[in-house]
Design a protein around this ligand. Sequence first.
Ligand SMILES: *Cc1c(COP(=O)(O)O)cnc(C)c1O
Length: 455
Amino acid sequence: MAVIEERSRSEWQDLDRDHYLHPFTDHKDLREKKSRIITRADGVYIYDADDNEILDGMSGLWCVNAGYGREELVEAAEKQLRQLPYYNSFFQCAHPPSIELSRLLKEISQPQFNNVFFAGSGSESNDTIVRMVRRYWDLLGEPDKQTIISRVNAYHGSTMAGASLSGMKPMHRQGGLPIPGIVHIDQPYWFGSDRSLSPDEFGLETARALTKKIEELGVDKVAAFIAEPVQGAGGVIVPPDTYWPEIQRICDEYGILLITDEVITGFGRLGEWFGADYYKVKPDLMTFAKGVTSGYLPLGGVMVADRVADVLVEKGGEFFHGYTYSGHPACCAVAIENIRILQREGLIDRVKNDIGPYLQQRWRKLGEHPLVGETRMVGLMGALELVANKETLERFDEDKGVGAMCRDFLVNNGLVMRAVGDTIVVAPPLILTHEQADELIEKAWKCLDLTQAAL
Ligand SMILES: *Cc1c(COP(=O)(O)O)cnc(C)c1O
């Protein structure tokens, strides 16, 4: 008997409605509608239960970097599941896949990174970060250096610490977050500002909010600053060029730890292995997940620079932290093969020198549409700002739900992009061809037309 029975689309939808509480979902709203049932995928396309072909402009959830249908990844998992499906790394044990992946991650990351701590997801990895930076300062005899500075509108996950690091008000309102010792400064979102400063001035000003916050709290209380190189779920907020160098300067000046959350920007999304490489900053810790396995199996982790690892090691004492699935053998085997695919096929270089520049140039053309106030894209990660008035860049009433309307047109016309308010975001698999990029742009233009006609 098959593991998954054959059922019709409506049977799946009914069972889904009756038994499955979806993540990040208004459950009442979904019960009145129906889920789209996705049954298979290949390359950059997903297929629903009616066999509609949909170009996946979001790489699943920003993770299927190497594309769907990779036999190599299936084989890597299968082989490892046969040989050793599970064993832990507690109690002074280890296994080859987690060791080999550690070595490989060291090879592809900046030279200060010689160590990795594994987790099962991006959220868990950021929980590890909170535990680790606080322990770091504690071991150095500075137990009051506990506060982590994050940013408004950041997304760092959905666990207690992950959601606290995230800068999203609606999340914080549910469950009494943030937890103590996590504060937020403004994000470098120039289009969302009053635009009275030039982008470069604005980048410096928002970076200097970090100085202000450190001074306000007292540097003896501040442990670290965490940020996504490019904010993803918050709407692909690409910082002005002046932003990251200033952030680096401030972290150095005050000696606080710099953490880049590379869950989206890692593994080639910006045309470099990590966003820190793209922006030429030198983090002390990096969170990764998503693209590390191209989403085929769940895996996350934290790259730990020598500055931190040396203290953890040399000062000794047990770090009371870890997960049952830290360094899961099958997930690590898939990650190894996934990294080898990125290397073998030169996919990251392709983002930097071929498909990245090509899609960026075509994406900018969407800026000519009457509904579009700004376009931006770095690597293969971009956004469109929908506006009510192209001259004044005035935005729509939030209640109008224009972004969601556009997103619905998109998916019904065979293209997945996501709406963050009235910002439409895109992050296709790194294997996207020029032809598929053209298809993406044509569908996007058509759906902008449809949205405009519906308004
Ligand atoms: C998705 C995401 C996370 C959370 O990862 P999960 O695997 O969903 O827990 C954390 N940080 C960033 C930047 C993300 O995009």
